[in-house]
Design a protein around this ligand. Sequence first.
Ligand code: PTJ
Length: 258
Amino acid sequence: EVEVPEDHPRYQSLLTRHRIEAGVEKGITSQQGLIAEGRGEAFDYLLGEETIPSAEEAERVAAAHFLLAEHPVISVNGNVAALVPEAVVDLAEATGADVEVNLFGRTEERVRAIAEHLREHGAEDVKGVTADARIPGLSHERAKVDSDGIYDADVVLVPLEDGDRAEALGEMGKTEVVIDLNPLSRSAQTATVPIIDNVVRAVPNIAAQARDLRGASREELEAIVEGFDREAALAAAERRLREGSLDRDGEAGRDGAE
Ligand code: PTJ
């Protein structure tokens, strides 16, 4: 492990990198996961490495969807497992959701390693090993799902998704919550609820929002869901990427950037 000094201006971002590196070493994150992380970091840099207000709202909407769902499932890939295993387990606990491993570059070995890693972080039942059902219309490995997991779900959280599966899940009539730092990605564009934020911030935020909303009535939760405008959320994120954050003096500033 490399020590990162806490006062380093890019402390969070360096910590995230180390988690991904460790994930590759442990056999849970794919080599492609390193590339995906680099891509994500570039967008996060432009967002100011913070949860923007439209994303915070989307996270609350996601929590409401999870609490209203009959069978919510959190889909976990190699990057998510490396970055936020604790938060995934916490969100599952807060909402009664299932956790299922689903990989773009699926190998049975990596599925098992990720399931084990999640159990080490407190997950009880991890799905995705059986893979006895298929998402219709998808040819690659991501089509493989559990019949009592993603296949049966009404609401699915898909962090760092690829566009193909996002579309296929949508066609199955599922409510899709996508976390992706790129608002222009096909998965964000396809999602019922696109969350343009880093999974490192988004997953803990959704869990916190779910705890906050636990006492809310169905009517209140439905009002939160219905009040959400996905197009506006995508537009707000894109605007932030293009224009940067404006500080009080009206000057473009990117805090934390070197
Ligand atoms: O573990 P596997 O085999 O399922 O593979 C997972 C990856 C992520 C490697 C695979 O799905 C992949 O190649 O994804 P892409 O096509 O690179 O897309 C990743 C998307 O996630 C890009 O739009 C990135 O901007 C975004 N992204 C990367 N890191 C983060 C992120 N979004 C949110 N938080 C991040 N930390």
